[in-house]
Design a protein around this ligand. Structure first.
Ligand code: UD1
Ligand code: UDP
Length: 370
């Protein structure tokens, strides 16, 4: 009999809040599953804290691939997963988002003839200088089940020749996790621990386009300091840009608290109580949309336009940031805002329904043949 095993691949920080509700919903449906952590992220604050805080099971396998160039890291992910998939013979591999662990797993599954599901399919920035855009396009070409978070995704996938019957508009599992944990987000507690006043901004910055090149990093530091001239900022800094931003003088402004990455609950507590967020993160654009916190995204584009049309997000350049922050601070927080369709806390359930049916269908013809 063919396996009904579903194997989930996670590896980097944004994968964990997307996977948690899917795993939980499949568990409730009695589906046999294993969780793989590739080890792309490995620090306590970048990975382990999410397993604890989000109630994820301990990974069945930790490949421990660690950091490296794109080719080295993706190759280590592929080598480890090939061996694992051959051993486990899963009925379905589920990948999340757009990181190297996503595309590495997708390529291995496809070449072994194992069915592939992609959660958060069809997002497009149309900017191939972003490694994530390449990961998205490749993964979506290989996937058998594509779970989308917003209506624009189906249009993009259609243009790329993906048959519509593979695509399921299910909503946003990252928002399931946010809504499920809302009661735990205590902004005052985290603010107090950091010694921040009542009015503060939260920033996160890690995109290569902002932090990898010294000239970009210098312009970024100038822009962030110009916001700190107006209001206190808490900046839990991703390890990627730390050295370069420090060299560019980031740490020298007295109203800018640069801290280590925060756990999920602490981070979203801080965001919930903030006057505004400055970010280049993908997930944070979505989370601020639901929390109603004004979001200034330091990028020339976004693969998540629904956060602009429905949410609180706005794209700004580095030179525009200080003026945009002044506007947002003067306007105060919105009292009403709209929520993108199906960002209702039930995406994991919808994904689990499709997967459960798919795994059942996948088993039957095989049994019939055997
Ligand atoms: C990766 C994703 C990016 C995502 C981000 C989320 C890819 C191509 N990029 O970028 O889409 O937004 O994760 O956080 O997959 N490091 C540590 N400790 C860790 C992990 C990383 O110190 O636990 C440092 C290492 O120096 C490493 C660098 O961060 O070289 C970059 O890590 P990597 O996973 O390669 O890419 P991210 O920039 O984190
Ligand atoms: N996040 C966190 N602690 C932090 C910064 C971010 O828990 O200090 C969470 C954030 O709430 C979101 C996820 O990490 O759930 C987003 O990850 P990241 O910004 O690293 O990746 P991206 O979404 O840009 O791919």
């Amino acid at each position: 009999m063919s396996s009904e095993l579903v194997v989930h691949i996670t590896g980097a920080r944004p994968n964990f809040p997307k996977a948690a509700p899917v795993i939980r919903a499949l568990e409730a449906r009695g589906v046999s599953q294993e969780l793989v952590h590739t080890g792309q992220h490995y620090d306590e604050a970048m990975a382990k804290v999410f397993f604890r805080q989000l109630g994820l099971p301990e990974p069945d396998v930790d490949l421990g691939v660690g950091s490296g160039s794109h080719a080295r890291q993706t190759a280590a992910i592929m080598t480890g997963l090939e061996e694992l998939f051959l051993d486990r013979d899963p009925a379905l591999v589920v990948v999340y988002g757009d990181v190297n662990s996503t595309v590495g797993a997708a390529m291995v599954a496809a070449k072994l003839g194992i069915a592939l599901a992609h959660v958060e399919a069809g997002l497009r920035s149309f900017d191939r200088t972003m490694p994530e855009e390449i990961n998205r396009v490749v993964t979506d070409q290989l996937a058998d089940l594509l779970f989308t978070t917003s209506p624009d995704a189906l249009v993009h996938l259609g243009h790329e020749g993906v048959p519509a019957d593979r695509v399921h508009f299910v909503g946003n599992p990252m928002i399931d996790t946010l809504l499920a944990n809302l009661d735990r987000f205590d902004g005052d507690q985290v603010r107090g621990a950091l010694g921040l006043g009542a009015e503060y901004v939260v920033a996160t910055l890690h995109r290569p386009g902002n932090v990898d090149d010294p000239a970009d990093a210098a312009e970024l530091v100038k822009a962030v300091h110009a916001v700190a001239d107006q209001v206190e900022i808490a900046l839990p800094l991703h390890p990627r840009g730390r050295a370069r931003l420090e060299a560019a003088g980031l740490f020298t402004h007295e109203r800018l608290r640069v801290i280590d990455p925060l756990g999920y609950v602490e981070f979203l507590g801080l965001v919930r109580g903030a006057r505004a967020v400055v970010t280049d993160s993908g997930g944070v654009q979505e989370e601020t949309t639901i929390l109603g916190v004004p979001c200034l995204t330091l990028r020339p584009n976004t693969e998540r336009p629904v956060t602009i049309t429905h949410g609180t997000n706005r794209l700004v350049t580095r030179p525009e940031l200080a003026a945009a922050a002044a506007e947002v601070l003067a306007a105060g927080r919105a009292t009403t805002w709209s929520v993108p369709p199906l960002w209702d806390g039930r995406a994991g359930e919808r994904i689990a329904d499709v997967i459960t049916a798919f795994v059942g269908v996948a088993v039957s013809p095989w049994e019939a043949r055997g």
